[in-house]
Design a protein around this ligand. Sequence first.
Ligand code: HEC
Length: 155
Amino acid sequence: MLYQEFFHEYVVYLENTDVAKTFVKLQKLRKKIMKKIISALTLVTFASFFLSAMAFAAGDKVAGAAIFKKNCAGCHGATGEGNGPAAVSLKPKPANFVNPAYKDSTGKNPKDYTDAELTAVISKGRKGTAMPTWKKSLSAAQISDVLAYERSLHK
Ligand code: HEC
């Protein structure tokens, strides 16, 4: 009888340690899984941060369209064809961003320039033409936005 009781208690004891062990194992696994989830989340956060930083550097053409309409369309035209109301009296004419056959006063088409070159023209203006300087009225981000919009007009 006593032997049977001991055996029974022993089994319960064994079962308990097993449960405890399993519990510890589960805790460890849970921690590992949490770590994986956290590092995955961190990765996603960093990735989206870098992607948005890249999008910022590349400029937002939707925001750029509004900037263009307000500041550039008067000369470059609502559709970017260089035929805004002010264009009539200008020589050289405002650049045409749409026509691939167009050549500016230096013999180039807008799409032949690098982003850095176009950013410089927008920031500083172009001597000997009516193209004004924008760096005082537009931020660097706004200039990259309006450039992104201009690029979207190139053909
Ligand atoms: C007062 C008229 C006027 C306004 C306003 C104006 N531009 Fe210009 N833009 C010109 C003229 C003129 C040129 C010179 C074209 C040439 O060199 O043949 C020019 C040239 C450029 C060029 C160089 C393109 C090339 O291929 O030569 C860019 C880029 C440009 N403008 C962007 C802009 C942007 C962006 C805005 C608004 C933020 C703007 N311009 C506002 C008149 C204007």
